[in-house]
Design a protein around this ligand. Structure first.
Ligand code: PLP
Length: 512
């Protein structure tokens, strides 16, 4: 067997990804003087030092950066393609409903895309407060139960003219037509959903060509207007040529409809725009993609002799995947089976923190060590120590192991790309698998050009117990001092001094 010279981690990163180990690692992560920086300003090494791990670091200025970059690329694309329509950036809030995320996107100028009745309620409240400014568009997608329709009608009758329900079936239209205030309405093209055969599940959304015709006719005979044509091909479309090819037919669909419906003015390509949060070597030419998309629309519109539409993108993952990071610590190293890599056991649950790692085939996240860049690199697998679930591992068993420094216990890892969907799917503030508490979070926001931070403590074990139906006054935990055998001293949780409680957080809670 050939004995390979042991490579250090920094060399490995250089060989594998062409990154020098100082300066830019991704468009949201860099390394300066050996410190890992999120968005250039949040020092993850310092945060791990001062707060310990596990910790979630939420850096909302990254959201503004994402919005601003995309709008700048769209401006370049409009110039290159001589595109006459406007470009509208909407934040698909279902990727992350956290108030700080939604507000950061709105402050950066994003329009709003809703997915549910409660989402419209949030938009309504933000609109009333002026946080969602007058004139900002609110696009309402998805299949709409009566309460979703009701929420849309409430928002419109309250005076918001910029709410646009996008029809998912004709029953929705019947319910909306009776709205006393004139509505701007959109139709969603069902055919776009799984035209490429790669997005099963996506074709359940929207209307067939005939239904679109029917909708247009019904709207024409009402006080409302058809203004928007929606065509979304799927999620995580990383192949630009494929994206464009698949969308081409929908652009023609828009043009045919526009010839008969002069009020039509928006073409909405939905979500699916990729993010840099999932792989260190990620590359996507966003400006090039938008330029080509605009050229396709420009040329198709010319062929059909209709004006170019205002173009809307609904960005979920792209907006928020990269603004948040989990810091987890290796608490123990366990030998792998003979011939297999060792386990790095981390003080967290991977399947709870990163549900997409088990839900989405091949889903990866950028994982970078905070230290040990000068240490030999070794293959390892991560296992979440806070559950006893064989699925609580990363990477998945059929994927190659991670290459990480040979530091073992005490090594802190930044798990990146977790800002979109992960918390929404796992739930936030609830009782999680094996009662793993949610880590503390530090939330950075930019207020008047200055960076502010806020600390939210780790989820309290008593809260979790309460959610599961254990009355707190009956919940008792062993006290942290000696007591006679056979005579356990039990005390209700709320009475325990906070310091003692903090010390006991990691302990098993006993039932009386
Ligand atoms: C989920 C969703 C989006 C956001 O998709 P991403 O891939 O996260 O950008 C946009 N539009 C609609 C209609 C969606 O359902």
């Amino acid at each position: 067997m050939v004995q390979l010279k042991q490579q250090i981690y920094a060399e490995y990163i250089k060989d594998r990804h062409g990154l020098s180990g100082e300066g830019r690692l991704t468009d949201f992560l860099s390394r300066e003087n050996g410190q890992l920086m999120l968005g250039g300003r949040a020092n993850l090494n310092e945060l791990a030092q001062s707060h310990g791990a596990p910790l979630e670091v939420v850096y909302t200025p990254q959201i503004a950066t994402q919005v601003e970059r995309m709008r700048a690329w769209a401006e370049q694309a409009r110039a290159h393609s001589e595109y006459a329509g406007a470009f509208l950036y909407a934040y698909a809030t279902k990727a992350n409903f956290a108030a700080e995320a939604v507000e950061a996107a709105l402050a950066a100028g994003a329009h709003y895309e809703t997915s549910a009745a409660a989402d419209v309620t949030i938009a309504h409240s933000l609109w009333r407060q002026g946080i969602l400014p007058e004139g900002r568009m609110i696009f309402c997608n998805g299949s709409k139960e009566p309460n979703y329709i009701e929420a849309i009608r409430d928002l419109r009758t309250d005076g918001c003219e910029s709410v646009v329900p996008v029809l998912d079936d004709l029953d929705e239209l019947r319910a909306l037509l009776t709205c006393p205030a004139p509505l701007q309405i959109g139709v969603r093209e069902r055919a776009a959903g799984n035209r490429d055969g790669r997005h099963p599940g996506q074709d359940r959304f929207g209307l067939s060509a005939t239904e679109i015709e029917d909708a247009a006719a019904m709207i024409a005979n009402s006080r409302h207007r058809l203004v928007l044509y929606h065509a979304m091909i799927g999620s995580q479309v990383e192949d630009e040529a494929h994206f464009l090819d698949t969308l081409r037919e929908s652009v023609a669909g828009y043009c045919r409809m526009r010839r008969r419906v002069p009020s039509l003015r928006y073409l909405n390509f939905g979500g699916g725009v990729p993010t840099s949060g999932y792989s260190l070597g990620f590359q996507f030419d966003y400006a090039g993609f938008l330029t080509k998309l605009m050229m396709v629309i420009r040329d198709t519109c010319a062929a059909y002799d209709v004006p170019m539409p205002d173009l809307i993108g609904e960005f979920g993952r792209y907006t928020v995947a990269t603004h948040s990071v989990f810091l987890v610590e290796v608490g123990a190293v366990k030998a792998g089976q003979p011939g297999d890599p060792d386990w790095y056991l981390v003080n967290s649950s991977l399947m709870v923190s990163l549900p997409d790692s088990i839900l989405v085939e091949g889903q990866e996240f950028v994982i970078v060590p905070l230290s040990g860049w000068d240490r030999p690199v070794r293959p390892v697998r991560l296992a979440g120590r806070r559950t006893c679930d064989s699925d609580d591992v990363y990477p998945r068993p059929d994927q190659p192991p991670l290459m990480l420094p040979d530091v073992g216990e005490g090594l802190v890892l930044a798990i990146c790309g977790v800002g979109a969907y992960q918390q929404m799917i796992s739930g936030r503030g609830g009782a999680h698998h094996c009662l793993s508490p949610e880590p503390a979070r530090v939330i950075f926001s930019e207020v008047a050009g200055r960076l502010r931070s806020r600390h939210v403590p780790q989820q309290d074990q008593a809260t979790i117990m309460r959610l599961l139906g254990y009355p707190p006054e009956q919940m008792a935990v062993p006290l942290p001092f000696e007591r006679p055998a056979n005579q356990p001293v039990l005390r209700p949780l709320p009475m325990i001094a906070s310091a003692a409680r903090r010390r006991m957080r990691e302990r098993v809670v006993r039932m009386p």
